[in-house]
Design a protein around this ligand. Structure first.
Ligand code: ARG
Length: 603
């Protein structure tokens, strides 16, 4: 992402003082290599160390930057690598085994003492958060997600934006950004003419009181059917819309009540998913802000009249040089493009956004490509600072047959019903596994596991792919699933319960030394890669990178748990292993919470 400052500055000096002081060890190593490059007489402008977490077979981190540097200067890459390694600060050499591999990669393997120092330094949620914060400190990000249309229920198609969006908010906040959660409701447009038209004829007060959104949907369907193209009824519906837009008190009050009941229904879903918006600035909010858009884009020569409409072309673009971005319709009305342009301006000026992320289905790709091209030119022409603009897209939710997910009779699946079913299914599972638990506790567990399973099934996949919805897969106790990860968390809690200890009170760690056995070392090496997983997920705006890391961590923990008994008598071994348990728990819980999941102490 353009606006993410390199952490080279952030972790570097600390590493030179000692590897363990750096949260993101790869950044610390980059700083050390940069210093070594200067000492070894490399051209500092041509050398970028490019350190990444490595395949554990080769080490913990690998520097890839030598190859490009050597190629550019027509040098022997291994000789360059030799010079660099010889110039590395002694602290790095005392903390890592360093090896040159292949054509000139530099591999770093942390020594157990360095692993231990990191584990000791990052022992609490706050310490992790402080370490992670360097990536986006001082930046403000507006995240536009969920953003459903009002007067309709949320259905399964609304799941991904909400779930992925919340995870991105948490990731960005954890990495130091001020995050503004903005629910950009679709609360304006021609459909409200029809809805008001229908409401005035067919609204059933009892049904409205019982389930208002259901009733509004029924009314809308009736009204839509009753207002075919060119019919007098459609004219009547249009007049209702014009009245609404002119501020007619009756229609305005009706429209407000639609938004209110919609928000109330959405809120129930958001609470279940752990989402809280800072703003619900829907399309209607930008109603009085579109004139400025027309004015400025026309004045800057970016927009032009075409068949009565106001449009923007992008001559440099293969498609958009002929495919117009219509920013005002021929009848003078605003549209999705006008409000989104006004929205971008508001976010830049009012929220002083450094970054803007909008989540929608991939089918809106053209709209956002045209929008961002237009915003960039507009802001450049008017001397405004341009925030980083990201359209975060995702594929469809499909059934196992690859087709759009529907109810048995072909209807859309309501999100509320889907979450209910997840909890019901989880309840059946929990009751099978733990029939001895009191019912209330089983219900509580089912609520967490059911919702988490739906969230994680989505988050564990690359968001660009279609998401195949499968109850059996998402609720499975093994594989990269929420139940597996939640179970790993609960299992670690149970060790502490058995030992009569509290994982967050670290007295039991006193006297813990560096990891010794192969399983301890493997687990510790995985733990110190948590910052890389956060970085990868945050920089790419792809939460599945964090999910995959947590899944692998749970696997390494499980191997450690089978190889090495934790609650042994020998006090230093016990302290050392309890420390690894506590840190695995901390990282798993922190990571799962970053993804938006709730966790359990008992399952
Ligand atoms: N309401 C739109 C929809 O349901 C999504 C809005 C996304 N945000 C935006 N600024 N366009 O498809």
């Amino acid at each position: 992402m353009e606006k993410t400052p390199s952490l080279r500055e952030a972790g570097g000096d600390a590493l030179i003082r000692g590897v363990h002081a750096s949260f993101h060890l790869a950044s610390g190593l980059e700083a050390a290599l940069t210093a070594a490059a200067a000492a070894a007489g490399l051209d500092p402008n041509a050398f970028a160390p490019d350190v990444k977490a490595a395949d554990p077979k080769h080490g913990d981190f690998q520097a890839n930057g030598v190859l490009g540097y050597a190629k550019q200067g027509k040098l022997n890459p291994r000789a360059v690598a030799d010079r660099l390694v010889a110039a590395l600060p002694p602290e790095v050499l005392s903390h890592c085994d360093v090896a040159i591999a292949g054509p000139g990669f530099i591999n770093f393997t942390l020594k157990p003492a360095a692993l231990h120092a990191w584990l000791a330094a990052y022992s609490t949620h706050d310490a992790l958060a402080r370490g992670a914060a360097a990536a986006h400190t001082g930046q403000t990000w507006v995240i536009d997600y969920s953003s459903p249309n009002t007067a309709k229920q949320m259905h399964v198609g609304h799941l991904r934006s909400a779930v992925i969006g919340e995870a991105l908010c948490r990731l960005l906040a954890f990495t130091g950004a001020t995050v503004i959660r903005d629910n950009h409701l679709g609360d304006w447009g021609t459909q409200f003419g029809k809805l008001i038209y229908g409401y005035k004829r067919w609204a059933d007060p009892a049904a409205l009181a019982a389930d208002p959104i259901e009733e509004l949907e029924r009314i809308y369907k009736l009204a839509h059917a009753a207002t075919p193209d060119d019919s007098p009824a459609l004219e009547e519906a249009r007049r209702e819309l014009v009245k609404l837009q002119a501020g007619d008190p009756e229609n305005l009050a009706l429209w407000r009540s639609f938004t209110e009941v919609s928000l109330r229904a959405f809120e129930e879903i958001y609470v279940r998913l752990g989402i809280r918006f800072d703003h619900n600035l829907g399309e209607s909010f930008y109603n009085d802000k579109v004139d400025q858009v027309y004015r400025e884009l026309t004045a800057e020569g970016l927009a032009q009249e075409s068949a009565g409409a106001l449009v923007v072309f992008h001559p440099e673009h293969p498609r958009f040089k002929t495919q117009p971005f219509i920013i005002r319709k021929a009848d003078g009305a605003s549209n999705y493009a006008s409000t989104d342009l006004a929205t971008a301006l508001y976010r830049a000026e009012h929220f002083k956004a450094d970054g803007i992320v909008v989540l929608t289905d991939v089918r809106q790709g053209d709209h956002f490509e045209q929008l961002f091209l237009t915003v960039r030119k507009w802001f450049a022409a008017t001397g405004r600072r341009e925030p980083a603009l990201h359209h975060v897209t995702f594929g469809a939710v499909t059934g196992e047959d690859g087709k759009a997910l529907k109810t048995r009779d072909g209807g859309t699946i309501k999100l509320k019903a889907l979450l209910d079913e997840a909890v019901d299914r989880a309840y059946t599972l929990v009751s099978e596994k733990n029939p001895e638990l009191p019912e209330a506790e089983r219900r509580e567990i089912a609520r967490t596991v059911g919702i988490a399973s739906v969230q994680y099934a989505d988050l564990s996949q690359n968001r660009s792919s279609n998401y195949v919805f499968s109850w059996d897969r998402m609720l499975a106790l093994d594989g990269n699933t929420a139940p597996y990860l939640l179970y790993a968390v609960a299992r670690i809690h149970s060790i502490f319960r058995r030992a009569g200890l509290t994982p967050s009170e670290p007295a039991f760690e006193a006297g813990a030394g560096a990891p010794e056995t192969p399983a301890e070392i493997t687990l510790a090496r995985k733990l110190v890669k948590f910052p890389d997983a956060i970085r990868l997920a945050g920089d790419n705006l792809r939460p599945h990178f964090l999910g995959l890391y947590l899944y692998e961590l749970a696997g390494d923990y499980s191997s450690f748990n089978s190889a090495d008994k934790v609650l042994v008598d020998e006090p230093t071994v016990r302290a050392r292993r309890l420390q690894l348990c506590a840190r695995t728990l901390l990282v798993l819980e922190t990571g799962l919470h970053l993804l938006g999941l709730r966790t359990l102490q008992r399952m």
